[in-house]
Design a protein. Structure first.
Ligand SMILES: CSCCC(=O)C(=O)COP(=O)(O)O
Ligand SMILES: [Zn+2]
Length: 217
């Protein structure tokens, strides 16, 4: 397999952006117990041929080491000889890039995203009504209603992929894995971060509103 040659600056920019996002999210406590993974795409994109930098599996994401990231291809295979293992969830990143052409994908586990994914599991989506931060997804209509999809979580990651393929919604840049976490993406790291933050705000809002109004509606 021959890989597309990626400019060194492009790769270094991706690694530097990953480092910054990782540090920021770590400072917010978003990587409990080594959970979470981050990736940024590099070079040219075709749905069946692309490369991205991704966090190595099982690392403590609250510290920086020389072994934090590696580059993989559209099938999640390392593009270079390395002893590092890509994130155990790399195939989910591959599928999201294939389906959306995104430039960056960030995944975190939080109590709010995990609780809310279980609470709304029966309807397979989280309903959100008129919350201002929906605009963070570039949805500008008054009192917009959105449904954030939730898919099954399996220990065998390839089994999660077909449901992601089926459930991704074009204007919603994220998907919840049941009792697991959120995957959020965007055209670049800035947008993926904005989307992730908007999702987390919305999950906490929906949770708290539900707690306050339960039994009164
Ligand atoms: C320790 S949490 C279980 C794995 C997981 O869901 C995760 O996000 C981190 O896995 P990785 O292989 O990317 O470190
Ligand atoms: Zn995870």
């Amino acid at each position: 397999m021959s890989f597309q040659k990626i400019a060194l600056e492009d790769k270094q920019r991706a690694l530097s952006e990953l480092r910054d996002v990782k540090e920021l999210f770590a400072s917010r406590g978003l990587f409990p117990g080594t959970s979470g993974n981050l990736s940024i795409r590099v070079g040219d994109y075709k749905p069946d041929e692309f490369q991205f930098a991704i966090t190595a599996s099982g690392k403590d994401k609250t510290v920086h080491t020389p072994e934090d990231y590696l580059f993989v291809d559209q099938d999640g295979k390392p593009c270079e000889t390395t002893r590092l293992k890509p994130s155990a969830e790399t195939l989910i990143h591959c599928e999201i890039y294939k389906l959306t052409g995104a430039g960056a994908i960030f995944h975190v586990h939080t109590v709010f995203n995990s609780v809310i994914s279980e609470y709304f599991w029966d309807r397979k989506s989280v309903p959100v009504d008129g919350v201002e931060l929906i605009k963070g997804f570039n949805i500008w209509e008054e009192e917009a209603h959105i449904d954030i999809p939730i898919v099954s979580n399996f220990a065998h990651i390839p089994s999660i992929v077909p449901e992601i393929t089926e459930r991704i919604v074009q204007n919603i840049p994220g998907i919840l894995l049941r009792k697991h976490g959120i995957y959020a993406w965007g055209a670049n790291a800035f947008e993926a971060k904005r989307h992730l933050e908007a999702f987390e705000f919305i999950f906490e809002y929906v949770y708290r509103l539900e707690m306050l109004t339960r039994g009164t509606r």
